[in-house]
Structure formats: C-alpha cells, structure tokens
Write a protein that binds this ligand. Structure first.
Ligand code: NAD
Ligand code: UDP
Length: 314
C-alpha cells in the first residue's frame, strides 16, 4: 500500500536523501521546508515526479495535512547556522515538534524525530549509549540546539504517554556526504572544500578532540529501519558510525585523499565544543538490525567527488 509521508526539512542535506529514497520505494512524499539551510537544487530532480509535492512552510506554524508517517528533520544542524538565530532554533525544535505531533495525534501518523548526539553534550561516558543522560550546558551557545532537541524528545515521549502517539526517536551522530551545503560550516565539508580550493584547513583547538563520522546512505537506512520497526520500540536509538577519529586525523586524511597542498591552521576552539564523541550502536544492531556499511575512506571519496563537481574543480 502506498504510504503518504511528510518529511519536514526535506530540502536539506539528510532530508533530500530521505525524500529520494522513500519516493523511489513507491511512496507519496510531501517535502516541507522553509529553505533556511535547505536548497531547491537538492530536490530539483524530484519535482517532476507526480508522487512528490513541495510545500514552503515554516514548521513553527501549525499545518493540517493527512499523512501516515512523519520524519521530523526541520532544524538547522550546523553550529554556524543554528547559532545564527538561536531563538528561532529553539522555536523550530519545540514548536516544530508540537506541530508535527499535533498532525500525528489527529491523523494517527507515526512520527520519527531526528534527534542528535548533542543530547549527550560534552559526555563523561564513552562511548555514549542511550541510557546515558548527558552533560549539557543549559545556558551556553549550543543550548538552543541541544536543549531544543532534548525538549523535542520530551514532547515525543509525553505525546506517546498522554495521547498514545506512535513515536520513534533516533539520535543521529555526525553525518556527512553529498548535498551538504557549500556554506554548511561543519567539519567534513569545510575540510574538503578548503583542501580542494588550496585554502588553509581550519582545525579548531589542537585537533585532538574526536568525532565519529557516518556516511549519509547508512544514516538514511537507519532512519527508515527505525520507522518500520515494531510499534513497541520507540527508542531512543543511536545511529552513527563507531569509528572514531581526531579532527587532526580527519584533516590529514582529507589532505591526502585530495592530494592538496593546503596547510593546517589552528584556530580557537568554539565554546562548549564536545571533547569526544562515539556512539555505542549495540541497540540499533539488536533492535532494528542496523549497522553502517560505508567506511570513512569510501564515504570521503564520494563526498570529495561531489564537491569537485559542484565547485567545478578538475
Ligand atoms: P540541514 O540544515 O541541511 O537541513 C535542515 C532542513 O530543515 C533545511 O532544509 C532547512 O531549510 C529546514 N528547516 C530549518 N528550520 C525550519 C523550519 N522552521 N521550518 C521548516 N523547515 C526548516 O541539516 P541536516 O544535516 O540535513 O539535518 C537534518 C536533521 O537531522 C536536523 O533536525 C538535525 O538536527 C538532525 N541531525 C543531523 C545530523 C548530521 O550530522 N547531519 C546529526 C544529528 C542530527
Ligand atoms: N571543526 C574544526 N574545523 C572546522 C569545523 C569544525 O576543527 O572548520 C571541529 C569542531 O570544533 C568540532 C568538530 O570539528 O570539534 C565537529 O564540528 P562540526 O561543526 O562538524 O559538528 P559538531 O559535532 O560540533 O556539531
């Protein structure tokens, strides 16, 4: 049976890949976006498909739609963009969650919330598993995003307990791949673009802090598997790649793979930047049979090719 699926933030990096996958699987897709960080180019190739519909809408305002499933991705994900207008960021997280849960309550749709590893803040537990409650600064520059996402998880659980809404919470760890915006500002796209353009590679701090990078196709598989999992399993579940690298290792890998002459420039570390981050993905393997398939080198190759093409660098 054809499902009617709403994807908020559908014109963004992850959202556009999700629209494409679910459309090709034969579903009717409504892509909702206010184009704050999203781009029509990301979904241009889908617009001719009669099963694909685009709505320009800001999810902080209510909207009435009839759907079977909702993937709630609307929210800028890069620190540069979510700190640009922090009040808007927290509104998007909280009011956006309330509005999609309102649709779900009325239509009995299932809701998948794109939560984040930022829930864990600057973690004292390593690797991070879902039972860890996190160490988040509630008044810092990242809190519009971190606390906004925590409040959205709370709303998901309260709508489940109070209104029996079928919710699914996925904590996504750092994801990269084609269709990250050129001005995104996150580390993988920054380093690749800087290396391809022969500019200095901007390592914040001394480069010893760590992240675990997951290729976009793996994350999309994880989101769809979670949406299709048993109604009893609502998460939260970590989706990410457990291979952990220092930021300096990433910089050197990107320089090597692009055969760039770029030098590394060390800049001050932004406030509250988590020192280390690696997902424990045991629960995802057990409950939804998911684990990532694409290693960093393969994923970087594909991403470098993408940026070479759009930046027209031979
Ligand atoms: P992105 O910035 O590329 O996409 C976000 C999309 O949401 C954009 O198209 C943007 O225009 C749209 N949007 C923002 N505010 C909106 C609003 N008020 N109303 C309607 N649309 C709005 O980011 P992404 O990397 O694709 O992330 C998608 C989701 O996944 C976000 O919720 C993010 O928090 C979450 N996430 C992503 C990562 C990652 O590494 N990519 C990690 C953890 C969580
Ligand atoms: N970072 C960096 N140089 C950049 C962009 C980011 O060294 O040009 C660092 C950043 O300080 C953080 C890590 O890379 O420690 C990941 O940053 P990103 O913005 O990609 O995502 P975060 O995990 O912090 O949300």
């Amino acid at each position: 049976m054809t499902k009617h699926i709403l994807i908020t933030g559908g014109a963004g990096f992850l959202g556009s890949h999700l629209c494409e996958r679910l459309l090709h699987e034969g579903n009717d897709i409504i892509c909702l976006d206010n184009f704050f960080t999203g781009d029509k180019k990301n979904i241009d190739h889908l617009l001719q498909n009669p099963r694909f519909e685009l709505i320009r809408h800001d999810i902080i305002n209510p909207i009435y739609l009839e759907v079977d499933e909702i993937y709630n991705l609307a929210c800028p994900a890069s620190p540069v963009h979510y700190q640009y207008n922090p009040i808007k960021t927290i509104k998007t997280n909280v009011m956006g969650a309330i509005n999609v849960l309102g649709i779900a309550k009325r239509t009995k749709a299932k809701v998948l919330q794109a939560s984040t590893s930022e829930i864990y803040g600057d973690p004292e537990v390593h690797p991070q598993n879902e039972s860890y409650w996190g160490k988040v600064n509630p008044i810092g520059v990242r809190s519009c995003y971190d606390e906004g996402k925590r409040a959205a998880e709370c709303l998901m659980m309260d709508y489940r307990r109070q209104n029996s809404v079928n919710v699914k919470i996925v904590r996504i760890f750092n994801t990269y791949g084609p269709r990250m915006a050129v001005n995104d500002g996150r580390v993988v796209s920054n380093f690749i673009i800087q290396a391809l353009e022969g500019k200095k590679i901007t390592v914040y701090g001394d480069g010893s802090h760590t992240r675990s990078f997951c290729y976009v196709d793996d994350v999309i598989d994880g989101l769809i598997k979670m949406m299709n999992s048993s109604d009893e399993f609502y998460g939260p579940v970590n989706i990410g790649n457990a291979a952990e690298f220092t930021i300096l290792e990433l910089a050197k890998t990107v320089i090597g793979m692009t055969k760039s002459n770029s030098e590394i420039e060390f800049l001050p570390l932004p406030a509250d930047d988590p020192v280390q981050r690696r997902p424990d993905i045991t629960l995802a393997a057990e409950m939804i049979g998911w684990k990532p398939k694409i290693n960093l080198e393969t994923g970087l190759l594909r991403t470098i090719e993408y940026f070479r093409k759009i930046l027209k660098i031979p």
